[in-house]
Design a protein around this ligand. Structure first.
Ligand code: G6P
Length: 483
């Protein structure tokens, strides 16, 4: 019997499975949970550029997972160097943290080339290839050059850098040209699409503005850039919020913390998340208010991250030192104003904290979207609690009813934290929360993934005649070269 032909190829830095002390398990995160059912249905291939080969090979799945064979120095220079030492800080506006090193850029190009080669090898004719994030930005054009028959989508999951910042990247043109190999490039919010347009202006790349995005002619083909805000597994978090064991754990947490008001922050330990600034704002509140000293606890869940990069190691030390200082100044035998958990929590544990928290404090200095804000809202069964959210996070563009704050404004940040910590909840808070719940429900990650893929097919078909011609041209060029 003929099997259905595999059509979807995903290319990402991370694999859908990870090795843990308990064996190989599904990687955390909404993106993986949204893509797995699609991959199961299409019986496609998942190419994980930075993955552990064993985790890929051992998974028993109806689709293939492929890791790249890369020397460890190349992998390190691509991941810790070009991706997280250059593109990440640049995109988040931390230009002074950036290190641009030629050998790291070479490694980045090499990894993108290797990913494009593996994708070209595994994609069946006419397949859809969906590439993810800043670690693999050159793959679309490299893959297009090898396989003009493919439909190529790309999603950039972090903020798009402002043009002034991007121009200092020595390979900015290559980065943008790499992305323009895709038929559809997704960014989270219209603000980032506007920043992308500024980049095209800065680089002198011709484009057409459309109501929904930008169209860039690329020979007979077009590349489109559009906003596609991601969401979360809304029903998954809501059902955890209704789970009795989670509710019991939440009650336990509240009583262990002394029964006062609980503020919660959950972040990877990343300088873009503004963790130290938030802790310092809370420290000032402790200095100023006896009520905060007596009644308010900040729980900071800090997931260790990218510790092969010096800036991340330094940050972890600063976070731990700040928490230690606050503890020394304001803690006592029965009272701990800040609790830091420097580890990954599973979804059950996190949900219990979401239920226990009177407010979620989501104050990154810059963030592509921030799904913790969404998870807090979705998990709570009733429209109560408060969300304090940075206006500089992509989430602020889609959750306007949150309490918005400028994370760079020290006084403003302190007073906003003080307000959500102490002011009694009013009817207006519950109206806000109900509106936020409705917004989060509309932004599910499943809808995002299937909507993006449907749009990708649609935009490709709109240009099908032109692309068919381009494919024929490319084929004839290959024939001519072969002669
Ligand atoms: C962000 C990025 C992802 C990345 C994740 C974790 O969400 O957009 O691409 O995978 O952080 O970072 P890590 O370096 O551990 O993969």
């Amino acid at each position: 019997m003929k099997t259905r032909s595999p059509r979807l190829v995903i290319v990402s830095a991370r694999a859908p499975f990870v090795r843990t002390p308990n064996g190989i398990v599904r990687a955390p995160g909404g993106l993986i949970s949204a893509l797995l059912p699609l991959m199961r249905r299409s019986r496609g291939t998942w190419i994980a550029a930075g993955a552990d080969r064993d985790a890929c090979e051992a998974s028993e799945l109806p689709f293939r997972v492929r890791a790249l064979s890369l020397p460890s120095e190349t992998r390190a220079a691509w991941y810790a160097g070009a991706s997280n030492g250059a593109l990440w800080p640049l995109s988040h506006g931390f230009v002074e943290v950036c290190r641009f090193r030629a050998e790291q850029a070479r490694a980045y190009f090499e990894v993108c080339r290797a990913a494009a080669e593996v994708a070209a090898e595994h994609a069946p004719p006419g397949a859809v290839v969906w590439i993810h994030d800043y670690q693999l930005a050159l793959v679309p054009a490299l893959l297009r050059a090898r396989r003009p028959d493919l439909t190529i989508g790309f999603f950039w999951h972090i903020p798009w850098p402002v043009a002034e910042n991007l121009r200092v990247l020595p390979w900015a043109s290559e980065l943008v040209e790499g992305l323009l190999g895709a038929d559809l490039v997704g960014l989270h919010v219209p603000r980032y699409v506007r920043a992308f347009r500024d980049t095209l202006d800065e680089l002198g790349v011709a484009h057409v503005n459309e109501e929904e995005g930008i169209v860039v002619p690329r020979g007979a083909r077009h590349a489109r850039i559009e906003a596609w805000p991601i969401g979360i597994d809304v029903e998954g978090w809501a059902s955890l919020g209704r789970d009795e064991t989670v509710a019991a754990e939440a009650a336990h947490i509240t009583s262990e913390l002394g029964g006062g008001r609980v503020l919660l922050s959950v972040d990877r330990m990343d300088y873009a998340k503004g963790i130290v600034e938030r802790l310092e704002a809370f420290e000032r509140l402790l200095e100023q208010s006896s009520e905060v000293r007596e009644r308010v606890t900040l729980v900071q869940i800090g997931v260790p991250s990218r510790e092969t990069v010096a800036a991340y190691r330094d940050l972890r030390q600063r976070i731990e030192a700040t928490v230690g200082r606050i503890q020394g100044r304001f803690g006592g035998p029965r009272r701990k104003p800040v609790h830091l958990f420097a580890r990954t929590l599973d979804a059950h544990e996190l949900a219990a904290y979401y239920l226990a928290a009177d407010a979620a404090i989501v104050t990154p200095k810059r963030d592509g979207m921030n799904l913790v804000a969404f998870e807090y809202i979705a998990t709570r069964p009733r429209p109560n609690g408060r969300l304090l959210l940075s206006m500089t996070a992509g989430a602020a563009d889609v959750l306007p009813e949150a309490h918005l704050v400028n994370p760079y404004d020290e006084e403003g940040l302190g007073s906003a934290i003080g307000h959500v910590a102490l002011a009694p909840e009013t009817a207006s808070d519950s109206t806000r929360m109900a509106a936020l719940k409705a917004r989060v429900s509309r932004l599910s990650v499943e809808t995002w993934a299937s909507g993006f893929l449907a749009r990708l097919e649609q935009v490709t078909q709109e240009h099908a005649p032109a692309q068919a011609q381009e494919t024929r041209l490319a084929a004839s060029v290959r024939v001519t070269r072969a002669r």
